[in-house]
Structure formats: structure tokens, C-alpha cells
Design a protein around this ligand. Structure first.
Ligand code: SAM
Length: 220
């Protein structure tokens, strides 16, 4: 007989072995990762790998990021609840769910319509009210700006100016910045006319395609 995977158990192991052991300390972040069913955000045939220590394919050449990277970005965003957050790169919707569960008002942009549609369905099914639109996220979502936080989950050559302009004073933006294959996870805090920049180290993300990112190579 086929054995059913105990997702709650593997989720707990993921939190202990991948997040806490690598230094994730924020209790709220840990609790949210213990709660959100990551298996719902991956394609049916990959559900058994949902809690593995790496990114997984979600189709259309895109990925759901490694749990640790999502946790690191979430912790770095330093949200308390109530913040207005813009996410660029909805992908599976997992990062959106994490932020919504943290009490944020989440706006998310995805350039691939099929992914946006699937993410919306999964998020609604779990009861999260995330506003999603299809478009070029490097231009931001001016209608609802300014944002307290902006999280970019695809890698670009630099922080797109439109995103920086849509950030509140005192706000934080986090994004992988580098070339198409290797990047640094960069956090920028906007303080008046000054920007405070810090690096969280190396990472590898899929490319940010658009006006403020890379050109589409048409390989999809
Ligand atoms: N946050 C996602 C999650 O939790 O599953 C992971 C996203 S995946 C690593 C990056 C996503 O960014 C892909 O779905 C890709 O299509 C999207 N993307 C790339 N360039 C974009 C752009 N200019 N605007 C919006 N989305 C973009």
C-alpha cells in the first residue's frame, strides 16, 4: 500500500534542519514556516520533494526558491504586521503566503500569466487575500505605492529605479543583484536621500526579465 507523506512532520524537520540550524531566529518567521503548507505550492508530481533543501521547478522555466532563502529574505524584511509589501515575481505564491501570514498587505506581480493564475488559485484556496497582477514588476505597481517593503524574487543587474521610487522613506527593499547566473542578496534601506546598503551573501536566482532587468532571451 502506498504510504502517505506526513507533511507536518517533514515541515517541522525542514524548519529545524534548514532554517533554525542556519541562524533564522525570528519567532514569527519560524511559526509561519511551520504553518504554511509548502506542498500546496509545488506541482503535483513534486509534492514529495516540497521540503527539500533547494529550489524546485514550478514550470515555465521558473522555480519556487529554497526554503532557507525565503526565510532569510523574510527575516531581513523585518516586518511586524500591517506593512504594505510589494513582491516582484509571484512564482508559486509561497513567499506571498508567508508575508500575508505575517500580517502584511501583499501586492505581487508576475510576468507569466499561467503562473500568476495558479498562484492566485492556491492562495485563495488557503484563504489569503493577496493582490496579484500580470506584468513587468520592474516598473512596480504605482497605483498602490508607496510600499513599506519591496521583495524582488528574481535577479537583476541593479535595483530598478521605479521600485526604489515606490519605496517609503524608512522602507526596505531586498533583491538578488548581480549577473544572470550569480548574485548577492542585497538589502537597501531608504533613509531620506541616503541609501543604506548591505549584503547577505551569494545566491542564485532566475533572471528578472523586463525594463529594469534583463532582456528576454526567448528561451521559454
Ligand atoms: N516568490 C516566488 C515563490 O515564492 O514561488 C519565487 C519566484 S521565482 C524564483 C521568480 C519569478 O519571477 C518567476 O516566476 C518569474 O517569472 C518572475 N519574474 C521574472 N521577471 C519578472 C518581472 N519583470 N516581473 C514580474 N515577475 C517576474
Amino acid at each position: 500500500m502506498e504510504e502517505k507523506l506526513d507533511f507536518a512532520r517533514v515541515r517541522k524537520l525542514m524548519v529545524e534542519n534548514q532554517l533554525i540550524s542556519r541562524g533564522i531566529r525570528n519567532k514569527k518567521v519560524i511559526d509561519v514556516f511551520l504553518k504554511i503548507p509548502r506542498e500546496k505550492f509545488v506541482p503535483e508530481h513534486l509534492k514529495e520533494y516540497a521540503y527539500e533543501d533547494g529550489p524546485l521547478s514550478i514550470g515555465k522555466g521558473q522555480t519556487i526558491s529554497q526554503p532557507y532563502i525565503v526565510a532569510l529574505m523574510t527575516e531581513a524584511l523585518d516586518v511586524k504586521g500591517g506593512e504594505k509589501v510589494l513582491e516582484v515575481g509571484t512564482g508559486s505564491g509561497y513567499q506571498s503566503a508567508i508575508l500575508a501570514e505575517m500580517g502584511c498587505e501583499v501586492y505581487s506581480i508576475e510576468r507569466i500569466p499561467e503562473l500568476a493564475r495558479t498562484a492566485k488559485k492556491v492562495l485563495e484556496g488557503l484563504g489569503y487575500n493577496v493582490k496579484i497582477k500580470v506584468g513587468d514588476g520592474t516598473l512596480g505597481w504605482d497605483e498602490f505605492s508607496p510600499y513599506d517593503r519591496i521583495v524582488v524574487t528574481a535577479a537583476g543587474p541593479e535595483i530598478p529605479p521605479s521600485l526604489y521610487n515606490q519605496l517609503k522613506d524608512g522602507g526596505i527593499i531586498i533583491m538578488p543583484v548581480g549577473d544572470r547566473y550569480f548574485q548577492d542578496l542585497i538589502l537597501v534601506k531608504k533613509i531620506g536621500t541616503r541609501m543604506e546598503r548591505r549584503s547577505f551573501g551569494g545566491c542564485q536566482f532566475v533572471p528578472l526579465i523586463g525594463t529594469g532587468g534583463w532582456k528576454d532571451e526567448g528561451e521559454m
